[in-house]
Design a protein around this ligand. Sequence first.
Ligand SMILES: NC(=O)c1ccc[n+]([C@@H]2O[C@H](COP(=O)([O-])OP(=O)(O)OC[C@H]3O[C@@H](n4cnc5c(N)ncnc54)[C@H](O)[C@@H]3O)[C@@H](O)[C@H]2O)c1
Ligand SMILES: O=C(O)C[C@H](O)C(=O)O
Length: 328
Amino acid sequence: MSKAPMRVAVTGAAGQIGYSLLFRIASGEMLGKDQPVILQLLDLPQAQKACQGVMMELEDCAFPLLAGMLATDDPNVAFKDADVCLLVGARPRGPGMERADLLTANGAIFTVQGKAIAENAKEDVRVLVVGNPCNTNALIAGSAARKVGRTNPANYHGMLRLDHNRALSQLANKTGRPVASFKQLVVWGNHSPTMYADYRNCTSNGDNVKALINDAVWNNDTFLPTVGKRGAAIIDARGLSSAASAANAAIDHVRDWVLGSDEWVTMGVPSDGSYDIPAGIVFGFPCECKGGSFRIIQGIAIDDYSRDKLNKTLKELTDERDAVKDML
Ligand SMILES: NC(=O)c1ccc[n+]([C@@H]2O[C@H](COP(=O)([O-])OP(=O)(O)OC[C@H]3O[C@@H](n4cnc5c(N)ncnc54)[C@H](O)[C@@H]3O)[C@@H](O)[C@H]2O)c1
Ligand SMILES: O=C(O)C[C@H](O)C(=O)O
């Protein structure tokens, strides 16, 4: 017997990430090749016509798993009974901007949507915020949801998976090893240039990657800035912010969360106090996913260099939190 459909709400559905994301969800890449889905598209009133065009194309793909879809400008309709919400809709940054510059422009979106999710979605809804600055937007959405009380605030995540995937590819380029050989990578902190991509515990076919590379200068002067500033490099090259790779990372995050992963994955999740990160701050942590839930991996040694990096990215996040305190 076929499974009951899962409802997936996608905001910013008419935007560039939406255009990469929706077709892959409908084809079963996110929730499984045996899992029917109903897509619930949210965008602004002026983008409804474009949403209709996207839905025409989805229809023309004749995806066997696509059990229904709708487009709306009303968050209460879009999030109704949703199992998964992908909060993409927000303004992207342009050349010369940092993601934190979007805080006030985009933050207000997430108070409204966090509340609408908590009032309308399934109680065990999983929420992934992609719209930037995604960690603090997830904090805002989770805080709005906490006030309503129905849903689990730990399920309001920010997307660090793109940074994790970027770091994997840089390690593969450096070592000449396949991307899939790398295990136990983590990107700590904020989705911003302060993030700390940490391969101290990473292995490749059983070899310790730090020992294999053995190049502290490359780590500090090439690897970390390349991963941290990759979004800006893409904006510079494309004139637009990353879209297909961002959609791919969102698929990876939710797929691992729902279906499980044998490997460590980086997820931006509300801190439970682990690694001395204050509770509630949405921070990139190493996680393992099993049985539909996630858990922060414990017991990783934090040396002085790493503590300094964690403190820098945490300071940025606490500053962002303070800047939006009226929204929390
Ligand atoms: N976390 C990450 O790794 C990551 C990666 C890439 C992009 N992003 C961010 O994702 C966001 C979207 O990027 P994009 O390239 O798709 O932008 P885009 O401008 O192409 O699309 C954004 C869409 O959101 C819609 N929108 C705006 N406000 C909305 C609201 N209140 N409710 C619903 N929809 C709304 C717009 O109408 C538009 O269709 C940006 O904030 C961008 O910075 C994050
Ligand atoms: O950098 C941006 O503004 C877009 C996105 O967050 C990215 O990392 O590509």
